[in-house]
Design a protein around this ligand. Structure first.
Ligand code: 13P
Length: 292
């Protein structure tokens, strides 16, 4: 079942759980997320970054839509870190049900103006919009981008941003970065700041850089308004680490049906654990989609 982000996250926000948003840049990852969601009876978000759609091409979205629509559990197809209005319109045409307008690198007023424009376009056709205020960090190895220095979200500005733009969800900068953290980097989630943002803003909040953080901090973040958690690195590492091992064990193998199943299985197990951690396991029934 395919739905938009606003409807999907309203249930999560009200019931204090978060839905995992997983980057899918090939058919294996789609299979990983759909299988894990069905096994856990959990809602899930399939997200595609502009770098990823350039890799797999627009036709790939038809495959993702087919997989999501036929499933008994609820799914959203989401544009991760759209940078331009062209990214937004391309994604709407491709059939995404949610888009992110990430203008967080721009000055506050310009960020608001561009995000508002994205909202006007997307809402006309029932597509939800995520905005970002503050900047998420970036670690080596991730293609997601992000800033060298984290600029934390200001709670008062967040209230104005949400009110002015009409966004459905807000990505907040509270200490996380995309990718794996070097040992020297402070990557603790600033729960105090998150609590202040949550007090001022009454829409679901989004945590980017959901990999490589302590479980307890993730649990606390979900307690304080985080209803969507973006996760890419942990899932991809589970998959590719197993694929490397399989390739080493079978140096002459070349068939996907020999090489892929173990890697897919490893990533499914990882995603299932994350669904348990985020509290979304078993929550598909809250969407009243018939028997699941
Ligand atoms: P990680 O790669 O750190 O999980 O971050 C993913 C993300 O935030 C995508 O927007």
């Amino acid at each position: 079942m395919l739905m938009n982000m606003k409807d999907l996250l309203l249930v999560a926000y009200e019931n204090k759980f978060a839905v995992g948003s997983f980057n899918v840049a090939n058919s294996e990852f789609v299979k990983v997320v759909v299988s894990a969601a069905e096994e856990q009876k959990s809602p899930a978000i399939l997200q595609i970054h502009p770098n990823e759609i350039n890799l797999v091409t627009d036709e790939f979205v038809a495959y993702v839509r087919e997989a999501a629509s036929k499933s008994k559990v609820p799914f959203v197809i989401h544009l991760d870190h759209g940078a331009t209005i062209d990214d937004i319109t391309r994604s709407i045409r491709n059939g995404y049900t949610s888009v992110m307008m990430d203008a967080s690198h721009l000055p506050f007023e310009e960020n608001m103006a561009l995000t508002k424009k994205a909202v006007e376009l997307a809402h006309m056709v029932g597509v939800s919009v995520e905005g970002e205020l503050g900047t998420i960090g970036s670690n080596e190895g991730s293609s997601e981008g992000g800033a060298d220095e984290i600029l934390y979200t200001n709670p008062d500005e967040a209230a104005i941003f949400v009110e002015t733009t009409g966004i459905d969800t807000l990505a907040v900068a509270v200490g996380t970065s995309h990718g794996l953290y070097p040992e020297t980097k402070d990557h603790s989630i600033k729960i105090d700041r998150l609590m202040k943002i949550h007090e001022k803003v009454n829409i679901p909040l989004v945590l980017h850089g959901g990999s490589d953080n302590p479980d307890e901090e993730i649990r606390q973040a979900v307690e304080h308004g985080i209803a969507k958690i973006n996760l890419s690195t942990d899932m991809k590492r589970a998959f590719y680490n197993q694929l490397r091992a399989t390739l080493d064990e079978n140096p002459n193998a070349y068939e996907p049906d020999i090489l892929m199943p173990e890697a897919t299985k490893a990533a499914i197990e990882l995603v299932k654990k994350k669904m348990d951690l985020f509290g979304s396991t078993g929550k598909a029934s809250l969407y009243k989609l018939g028997e699941i």
